[in-house]
Design a protein around this ligand. Sequence first.
Ligand code: ZN
Length: 234
Amino acid sequence: MLTLSAIMAVAVSVTVPAAAHMAPSSRELPSIAYAASASDATQQVSSAAGAEAEASVPDQSFASSIDTEISAATRDALAVEKIVVEPPPAPVYAGPSGSFAGSYAGEFAGFLAMWPASAPVNDGFGYRGAGEFHGGIDLMTGSGATIVSASPGVVTQVTFGGGWGQFIKIDHGSGVSTLYSHLIQGSQMVSPGQTVAAGTPIGLSGSTGYVTVAHLHFETYVNGSRVDPMGLLP
Ligand SMILES: [Zn+2]
């Protein structure tokens, strides 16, 4: 922003005197024709200045960038909208949320390379109030979020049906595997037997199976038994 302002300041201080050097006849004729409004007059000076800058600067691309800055300055709303456009944010994977500290502290603590989605944890692993056991954690991804493999491994299962809806299971070796469920039906990007890296997209979050709202139900297994994913996540 500071640099842009500096460029614009230079452009103005250079081009305004440059326009003043033009022949009086060529300046006055358009001035009369466009005397209707101040902005027309400004536009006229701007294009004259732009033409002048183009003529005196041999580098065409440099001249056209000056043109862009001048027209941007005369159209506030549009120019501001253009400048604030940002590239999509890089994925930031959620860290543990305080209320669901991992109950697993075995030899595979921190085994997984990354979180499977960028979303807060809404429901932890273990027994819920009514005695119902929750075998994983729920990440509030909403619908359509890209779900990634939490570690390198081999896809062992891609299945649709039952409480998990569309789900995928990945074997990471050493007896550790992960399960990703409630994906959008048919959104899987991997197939059984496929090798994946940590971060490989595997499907899209959804609400298939027994769910009330779209989220990722994520489970981790050590030697076939479900353990608290919070303990295995980095
Ligand atoms: Zn769940």
